[in-house]
Design a protein around this ligand. Sequence first.
Ligand SMILES: *Cc1c(COP(=O)(O)O)cnc(C)c1O
Length: 469
Amino acid sequence: MTGSDRPEGHRMDPEDWAAFREDMHALLDSCVDHLASAAERPWQPVPEGFADAIRLRDTPGSVLEDLTRVIMPAATGNTHPAFFGWVHGTGQAVGLASELVAATMNSNCGGRDHGAIHVEREVLRWLCATAGLPDTAGGVLTTGTSQATIYALCVARFKRFGSTVRTGGIAALPPLRVYAGKGTHSCVKKALQVMGHGDAALRTIALKDDVMDLGALEAAIAEDRAAGVVPLAIIGTAGSVNTGTYDDLSALARIAHSADAWFHVDAAFGYWIRLAEAPWCTLADGMEHADSIALDGHKWLGVPYDCGACLIRDQSAHRATFSERAEYLAPQADGLAGGDWWPTDYGTELSRGFRALKMWTALQTHGATRIGQVVTDNCRQAQLMGELAKASDVLDLAQPVVSNLCVIRPLHGDAGELAARLQLSGEVVFSTTMLDGKSLLRAAIVNHRTTRQTVRDAVAALEHAVRSY
Ligand SMILES: *Cc1c(COP(=O)(O)O)cnc(C)c1O
C-alpha cells in the first residue's frame, strides 16, 4: 500500500503542496471552461464504461483527472440554455467560488459562534424581508422545499397542539387535515406521510380557473369540522409545478385565519417572481400573510444544488418545535460554544454544511434587480414559446402561459417519445406531464442562459420532431 508511506499527521493531505496547487489550478480551469461552453454541452447518456471508470479501488488513482475528465462530462445537462425539464436550476458560475471557499472552511453549521452562522442569519433576514414577512420572522436553510415543507408543517402542528406532540407523538391527536389545490407538489404528501398522518390527512381541492377553488375549500373545511376533523393548515402554491399558476394567496390567508388554520406557501421557484417586473411580480401578492414559506435557492436563483429555505413567521414556535439540546450541546456565554442562534434548534439536522454561503454569494453578486431581470426574461420567453406553439400547425398550447411554464400539446406523436428524441439529439430538454388525461410536453424556464432565440430554436426542433414522427 503506497498510502501508508506518508507520516502520521500527513496521511490525507497532499504529499506535495506545490504540485497540488498546480493540479487544482488546472482543475479550476477545466471547470471554468466547462461553464463558459455550457451552450455546447447538452445532456448526453452516461457513456459506456462509466461504471468501470468510477469503480472504487483500494489503490490510489489520478482522482483530480477523473473528476474533470470522467465525471464532469456525465452531468445532468441543466447548465445548458435549452434545458427546460422539470424545474432544474441552471446554476451560476460564481457558485464555483462559494463551493470552493465552503469546502476550504469546512464549517459545521449546526450552531456555535462562527462566521458561517452569521452569514446564514443574514441570508434568512434577506429572504424574510423579500417575502414581506415582519422583522421578527426567521427560518432555517434546508436541502430544498421538500425538507422545508416537513419543517413548516411540524411547526404548524406544534403551534396547534403544543408540546403534547413532542412527548406523546401523534397517538393523542385528533384527526387533522391539510388542504392544497389539485396539482400540489408531491412533497406535501410525503411530508404528511413522514409526520405520521398519512395521505388521508391531505385533502386536495378542485381548481377553478387553474387555481384553488375558494368556495370548494371553504366547503371542505366546514365538512371536516362538522366531522370532528381539525383543519391544521392551508397550503397555497406560488408557482405550481405543472402549469406555473399562483393561488390567490391573500384570499387563502383570510380563509386560513378565519378557520384558525396555519397558512403555508409552497414557493419553491415562485418565490423569486416577487423580484420580477409587473405584472408578474403581483402573482405572488399575499405571500406576506403566510405563517410559513418553503422556497428553493437551487431552482430559479441558480444556487448550486442543494439549497432551500423554510421561513417561519413565529420564530419562537419554530424553535420550540425542534430545539433539543443534550448536555454535550450545552451553550456557553463565551467561546466557540456561544452564540444565541443555532440552526440545529430549527430543524432535524445537527451537522450541516455551509449552504448559506452559496446563497449569500448568489444574492450579493447579482442583487435583487438583476435576479428580477432574469425572472422577467424567463416569463417573457415562456410567453413567446406559447405564442409559437399556438401559431404552429403541428403544436398547440395546452394551457395559458401565466409565468415561466409552457405546456405544449403535439398534434401527433407521443409526448414522452418526442421528449426523449429531443433529449437524445441534444437540441432541447422538455419534460412531460399529464393534464386531463393527456400526455403533454412541459417547459419550465428557470434558466438565465436562455434567450428568445433559444426558445425559437427549441420550438423549431420540436416541430421538426413532430413532423418526422
Ligand atoms: C421542486 C418543487 C418542490 C420540491 O422542492 P425540492 O427542492 O426539489 O425538494 C416543491 N414544490 C414545487 C412547486 C416545486 O417546484
